[in-house]
Design a protein around this ligand. Sequence first.
Ligand SMILES: Nc1ncnc2c1ncn2[C@@H]1O[C@H](COP(=O)(O)OP(=O)(O)O)[C@@H](O)[C@H]1O
Ligand SMILES: CC(C)(COP(=O)(O)O)[C@@H](O)C(=O)NCCC(=O)O
Length: 325
Amino acid sequence: MPVTSPQAATSATQPATSPFLEFDRAAWSRLSAATPQPLTSADIDRLRGLGDPVDLSEVDTVYRPLSRLLSLYVASSRRLGSVTSTFLGERMGRTPFVIGVAGSVAVGKSTTSRLLREMLRRWSGMPRVDLVTTDGFLHPNAELERRGLMSRKGFPESYDQRALLRFLSAVKSGVPEVTAPVYDHLTYDIVPGREITVHRPDVLIVEGLNVLQPARTTADGAPSLAVSDFFDFSIYVDARTSDVRRWYVNRFLSLRETAFSDPRSYFHRYAALSDEEAVETATRIWGSINEPNLEENILPTRGRASLVLTKSGDHRMHRMRLRKI
Ligand SMILES: Nc1ncnc2c1ncn2[C@@H]1O[C@H](COP(=O)(O)OP(=O)(O)O)[C@@H](O)[C@H]1O
Ligand SMILES: CC(C)(COP(=O)(O)O)[C@@H](O)C(=O)NCCC(=O)O
């Protein structure tokens, strides 16, 4: 029997044995009635990922309260920085507030991250919000081939974890310019010589499959740092595996008609597949790489997030679980 406070009875469920407060869609949407909704339908059309039907009503119901909540966390972290500086008698420079966004391949992390970036950018006093995806830290294909990991792309071992940790450590140290390598989905590889630079933004969103992985142990058995050690807040985008599989296959069918038809696409050979062959190929890739990665590595990290957003089969978020403070 969940224990509820008088206030929570109309909003959240507070199971006494869970570290999370739980909201359904209706309760969540009521949280920020007074917060303006800064995006237009045209903005959402631009930000929506392939196959994701997100619209103004979803942004209003789910992302408006979320962006308000995040603004409270950022403000509170700034206040903490300021009182700590006073206590220490030292002026500590502000470092970016880092938000991790985790979840399966094809669950819609990019759409969530891009929407948040645009909403947060529109807060007053918070104009600089950057987004980095962890695919830039995948080993290049040549290195994955050398290590026999080409069919493990997206698994924790396919990333240059040390480079990712170095990047985040520099960001959270307040280094004025930090660079990250860039991945190209079209060529399915790291782009040689290309990098993006992060100039100490107010907020940095770090999106990727494995961002909530616990620390690995080093060769001498000592635990190292985890990527999430550098997060101020984290979001896990969740959905049933059977739904994500369907979204992956449908996206593959759409990509066959768009990205794959480009001769530079790594998947160009799939452009000419019939519907049946394309479904069979996508289902095989999903079943041999992405679903095992989801089950073995990604899903077990869900409980480490500050907020779990759960989607229904139509991509709409229906459950929000927020870690108690
Ligand atoms: N083979 C591909 N070719 C072109 N774009 C792709 C390909 N695979 C994925 N993408 C795009 O890359 C982005 C990230 O995809 P993914 O890692 O599956 O995360 P998510 O779907 O959770 O955002 C999405 O915008 C997706 O449409
Ligand atoms: C590039 C990805 C590993 C995602 O990387 P992320 O940015 O989440 O670290 C993934 O989109 C991918 O391409 N996986 C390989 C299997 C596949 O082609 O579906």
